[in-house]
Design a binder for this molecule. Structure first.
Ligand code: SF4
Length: 599
């Protein structure tokens, strides 16, 4: 057996020859081999009893998996709008120049490849990049020079200076959650003392709503799962924090992992689940080992495993599943598909995951912050939790603040805080707009800064990006449109084609060929995406364009050169090669609408 064959056999055996572990098998093989050669995909298919087409389809879906060779050092610059504002494009160009490599290509000696990726979740300390999956933040030209030199010397990543990989938490404002001093197991003991029904009563009283953005009532979700027929219930923590501008879950997983795992165990106590998964986004791969260490510590302390806290029948344990660069997997049914080893294509609903989730079993899917918040309810009770925030949005909310402000980072506020208060606290001035909720959220103009962060006014999963008056809001919207076109999973036509068309129109405007008719077409595509897309990615993709067209229309109109229509490219110039090849340059070889055709 070849070395690769032995490696494949070992990895598959470690995953129990379980087809649903396909994505994890591919991730591990790529980490060992650098890429996924065709022969390896064939061996994986054989070893897991899957078709070659299925394995290839999964390998081709996730942007961090490569069925073609990439550089031994794979550099990916974060392409979020805030990284761009901090100079990421110029830094990438500088690195490419120093390493003699073209963006998107592999250097001739196979040493390095440089490209962009969607937001890496480091917007509070950008510009950022990933090198072989590890984040480097606060890039500047000195750091880029240092990175180029380390790559040229072929220094293994383990020997790179540790400070290059340092990631700050940047917690700027603490409230109930970030200020909590609870000990591991404290919340769990309190919930077990109340009994399963008593614990759910507290959750009902708290009226905690999901912090992932949709705001569904957590207790209702848990009760639906508990009451659903079927054994083997499952709790899933959605840590696929992919919304551009969001990074609060990164901080919770880094410094509050006990609260997250404790929240998952509290969900298991309420629902009777025995199995849990934490779905960790590929960009946070560097947190995998620290998180596994926390799990091991909790097992040793009797907070996971069989008979938790000595309670007969309270058996629950957690696996960590690594994503591989697919924003759509943040949608809960796409995440479940990914957990089962398939492409992250959103499912048709109903049925909902609470009755038919992971492998058809009743499953609760909750956001990282939601789960962490349940520990506060277990310790202090539902009424105390509901005493902060607003009637419809109880408790506090973590905001990930980035962009044009003096103090980017994590802020925890009671729900109901105004946009202007947040701007004041983060040291923002001369603010033109705030993007709340990331690319799929809402763009707020100055006259709306009295509005409140709350489900009943401005809901958000946590992203809060600030743009001062020097920023071009058309360019901001265009960056988001590119993001959605890149991240569309391609399953349904309105989104697959619509996001791509929208990108084409925005590029046309940016190139100076825009006309009034294009704005009308953009609005028509926006409506199509909103009404006909299969999942939230497609229906929210036009949000930034709709908002900026409404509130910052001059940013679009100053790009219009024609009132009716202009082609997206210069056809006459495009025919220059043909003219050269045929040796013609007479008037008849040019497009000239003023000239009549000769009979
Ligand atoms: Fe996929 Fe977009 Fe359709 Fe969602 S809306 S299923 S992301 S193609």
């Amino acid at each position: 057996m070849s070395d690769d064959g032995k490696l494949v056999a070992d990895v598959i055996a470690r995953h129990g020859h379980e087809p649903s572990r396909l994505l994890q098998v591919l991730v591990e093989l790529q980490e060992a081999l650098g890429w996924l050669p065709p022969g390896v995909l064939t061996q994986v298919a054989g070893g897991l009893g899957l078709s070659r087409a299925h394995v290839e389809g999964v390998a081709g879906f996730y942007s961090f998996l490569h069925a073609r060779p990439v550089g031994r050092y794979r550099v990916l610059f974060s392409d979020n709008v805030t990284d761009r504002m901090l100079g990421a494009p110029a830094l990438m160009e500088a690195l490419c120049g120093k390493l003699w490599v073209e963006r998107g290509k592999v250097s001739e000696d196979g040493l390095v490849s440089v490209d962009t990726t969607s937001c890496t979740g480091m917007c509070d300390q950008g510009p950022a990049l990933l090198v072989n999956g590890r984040p480097l933040t606060r890039l500047n030209h000195a750091r880029v020079n240092q990175i180029a030199e380390l790559i040229r010397r072929q220094e293994p990543l383990a020997a790179w200076p540790a400070e290059l990989f340092h990631v700050d938490d940047n917690i700027r404002r603490r409230d109930a959650l970030l200020g909590s001093s609870q000990r591991p197991g404290e919340a769990l003991k309190a919930a077990v003392m109340r009994g399963r029904e008593g614990w759910l009563e507290e959750m009902r009283a708290a009226n905690l709503r999901g912090r992932g953005g949709a705001g569904f009532t957590t207790a209702v979700k848990w009760m639906a799962c508990r009451d659903a027929p079927g054994a083997g219930k499952v709790v899933v923590c959605n840590a696929d924090e992919g919304e551009p501008g969001t990074f609060k879950d990164r901080v919770l997983l880094t410094s509050f992992a006990d609260l997250v795992f404790e929240g998952m165990t509290l969900a298991a106590w309420a629902t009777g689940a025995q199995r849990g998964f934490l779905y960790l986004r590929g960009e946070y791969r560097y947190l995998l080992e620290p998180l596994r260490a926390v799990l091991a510590r909790r097992r040793n302390a009797g907070l996971l495993g069989r008979g938790i806290l000595g309670e007969t029948g309270f058996d629950f344990d957690i696996d960590i599943h690594l994503g591989a660069g697919a924003y759509v997997c943040g949608e809960e049914t796409a995440l479940l598909e990914s957990l089962e080893g398939r492409r992250g294509t959103p499912r048709i609903r109903p049925p909902f995951p609470v009755t038919h989730g992971y492998k058809g079993r009743p499953t609760v899917v909750n956001n990282v912050e939601t789960l962490a918040k349940t520990t506060l309810i277990a310790i202090n009770g539902g009424a105390a939790f509901a005493a902060t925030g607003t009637a419809q949005s109880t408790g506090t909310k973590l905001l990930s603040i980035s962009g044009d402000c003096a103090y980017p980072g994590i802020y925890e506020y009671p729900f109901g805080v105004t946009i202007e208060r947040v701007l004041e606290d983060c040291g923002a001035s001369d603010v033109q707009a705030v993007q709340v909720g990331g690319a799929s959220g809402v763009t707020l103009a100055g006259y709306e800064f009295h509005r409140r962060i709350a489900f009943e006014d401005v809901p958000t999963a946590g992203a809060f990006m600030v743009f001062d008056s020097s920023r071009d809001m058309f360019a901001v919207a265009r960056n988001f449109v590119h993001f959605f076109a890149h991240e569309s999973c391609g399953f349904c036509t309105p989104c697959r084609v619509g996001t791509s068309l929208l990108q084409g129109y925005m590029d046309k405007l940016a190139s100076g060929h825009g006309a009034m008719m294009d704005l009308a077409d953009i609005e028509w595509i926006d409506r199509l995406l909103k009404n006909a897309s299969h999942c939230g990615l497609g229906s929210s993709a036009p949000n930034p364009v709709l908002d900026t067209l409404l509130k910052f229309r001059p940013a679009y109109e100053r790009r219009l050169q024609h009132l009716d229509f202009a082609p997206a490219f210069d056809l006459d110039a495009a025919l220059a090669t043909a003219r050269r090849m045929t040796g013609r340059d007479d008037p008849g070889a040019h497009l000239d609408t003023t000239q009549e055709a000769t009979p």
